[in-house]
Ligand binder design. Structure first.
Ligand SMILES: Nc1ncnc2c1ncn2[C@@H]1O[C@H](COP(=O)(O)OP(=O)(O)OP(=O)(O)O)[C@@H](O)[C@H]1O
Length: 253
C-alpha cells in the first residue's frame, strides 16, 4: 500500500554499507518521519549517523542500501538517474563541514543559487537574485556578502550560506549533519527560526545528526539513538526514550 502523502521519510529494516565492500555500518534501522516533523539521530562517533544521512540525501554514491528499504517522499533512495534527481530535488542537504567545503571559486550568490541554476540554465536571473537576497536577509547575512567568495566570510557565515543553499529549492526534507556547526548562540536562534518557519508554513521535515540536546529540545524532535549501526533507543525528546534491553548498559550519547 502506498504511503500517506504526509510521510516524508520511511526506512524499514534498513542496512547500509560503503561501496558494498565493508560490513554494514547501519543495520536494521526502522523509522518514519512525517511532514513538518523533526528527528534527531544521536549516538557516539562511528554509530552510523552520517552514513544514514548521506544515503537519504543522495550525497554519496558509495553509501549503498545493503538490506531493507528507504524512501524519501515515496521515492526509493536506490534510484539513480532521473529518479535520483527527483529525490534530490525535494531534499536539502547540509553536510558535515558544509560551511568549510563550499566551492571556493563561486561567489556566495552563485553558491546559494546553484541548486536552481544548475538544473535550469534559462532560469530567470532576477527572480533568482530576489530569492537569494531573501535568504541572505532571513539568515542575517549582509546583502553585500552576495558578491563575496567563501574565504572572505567567517566560519559562521559560511555555515549559513550552506544552509541557504540547502533551502533554496524549498525542499520537503532538510537533512542536516550538525546543523549548528560553528554558530554562536545568537546565530543559532536565527537558524532555528528559519527552519521552524518552514516546518510550520511549508511542512518541511527535519532529519539531523546531532548530539546537541539543546537542538533536540529546540526543535521538539523525536530521537533515535544509534550505536554500532543499531538502534538502541527511540522516543520523543531526551526524557522519553525507550531503550532496547542492552541500550542503557553502555554510555548514553
Ligand atoms: N567512506 C567510507 N568507507 C568505509 N567505511 C566508512 C566510510 N565512512 C564511514 N565509514 C565507517 O562507517 C561507520 C559509521 O560512520 P559514520 O561516519 O556514519 O558514523 P557517525 O555516527 O556519523 O560518526 P561521527 O559522529 O563521527 O560523524 C564507521 O565505522 C566508519 O568507519
Amino acid at each position: 500500500m502506498p504511503d500517506a502523502p504526509d510521510v516524508v521519510v520511511r526506512c524499514v529494516d534498513l542496512s547500509i554499507s560503503h561501496g558494498g565492500r565493508t560490513p554494514r555500518v547501519v543495520d536494521g534501522v526502522t523509522f518514519t518521519l512525517y511532514r513538518g516533523g523533526a528527528l534527531a539521530l544521536m549516538g557516539p562517533t562511528g554509530a552510523g549517523k552520517s552514513s544514514l544521512i548521506a544515503l537519504l540525501a543522495g550525497a554519496d554514491q558509495d553509501v549503498r542500501v545493503a538490506g531493507g528499504t528507504a524512501e524519501v517522499a515515496g521515492i526509493p533512495v536506490q534510484g539513480r538517474g532521473r529518479v535520483g534527481r527527483a529525490r534530490r530535488y525535494v531534499t536539502g542537504y547540509l553536510a558535515q563541514r558544509a560551511g568549510a567545503d563550499l566551492p571556493a571559486r563561486m561567489t556566495v550568490s552563485d553558491v546559494i543559487g546553484d541548486p536552481i541554476s544548475s538544473r535550469d540554465r534559462r532560469v530567470n536571473q532576477r527572480a533568482l537574485a530576489v530569492r537569494v537576497a531573501g535568504l541572505l536577509d532571513e539568515l542575517q547575512l549582509p546583502l553585500g556578502a552576495a558578491h563575496k567568495y567563501p574565504y572572505e566570510l567567517s566560519a559562521g557565515m559560511r555555515q549559513r550560506v550552506a544552509l541557504a543553499r540547502a533551502l533554496v529549492l524549498q525542499p520537503r526534507l532538510l537533512v542536516a549533519d550538525d546543523v549548528y556547526a560553528n554558530l554562536d548562540p545568537e546565530v543559532r536562534t536565527t537558524v532555528h527560526d528559519a527552519i521552524q518557519r518552514r516546518r510550520r508554513d511549508q511542512g518541511l521535515a527535519l532529519l539531523m545528526a546531532t548530539n546537541d540536546e539543546d537542538a533536540v529540545g529546540g526543535f521538539d524532535a523525536d530521537v533515535l539513538v544509534m550505536r554500532d549501526g543499531h538502534t538502541v533507543a527511540y522516543g520523543h525528546g531526551m526524557n522519553d526514550l525507550l531503550w532496547t534491553p542492552d541500550g542503557r548498559e553502555k554510555t548514553a550519547p
